[in-house]
Design a binder for this molecule. Structure first.
Ligand code: DQA
Length: 145
């Protein structure tokens, strides 16, 4: 089964961006890991990253049209984008929300809100890059016939 792993703003700089919070794995390495984790689960994983909100909305609309399961780390948009909320609300296949850090445990109060969670089958947060493996395992379980 084909699944999308969608990463939002600033995640393209993984490995260099605040490594004390987000670790040293680059986005290219993360993408390769996700493809590898998907294989034994029977998932063909397509990993994408954008800094442009409309692009993410287009990808979510594509997932809605094609009933494609999604792993989503919407990064900062998670906390305030109602357009993102609406895009997630229309999905019919399962959506798993993932965060590298655990936003609910961070000091900035704005991170404690997620517009995605209400439409997510599961949330994986605070497990670092390995959270994407856990999220893919969740998707595999949730989409099993
Ligand atoms: C993040 C957490 C968000 O609060 C932050 O804006 C990010 C990354 C995470 O993966 O921990 O950019 O989604």
């Amino acid at each position: 089964m084909r699944v999308l792993v969608l990463n939002g703003p600033n995640l393209g700089r993984l490995g260099r961006r605040q490594p004390e919070i987000y670790g040293t794995t680059t986005h290219a390495e993360l993408a390769a890991l996700c493809v590898g984790w998907g294989e034994p689960l029977g998932l063909a994983v397509d990993v994408r990253q954008t800094n442009h909100e409309g692009v993410l909305l287009d990808w979510l609309n594509e997932a809605a049209d094609e009933a494609t399961p999604v792993v989503l780390n919407a990064a900062a948009w998670t906390h305030y984008s109602y357009a993102l909320l609406d895009a997630c609300a229309q999905l019919s296949a399962p959506l798993v929300e993932v965060h590298i850090s655990d936003p609910t445990q961070r000091p900035e109060v704005f991170r404690h809100t997620s517009v995605v969670t209400a439409h997510a089958a599961e949330v994986v947060a605070g497990h670092g890059i390995d959270g994407y493996r856990l999220a893919l395992e969740s998707l595999a379980r949730l989409t099993r016939p």
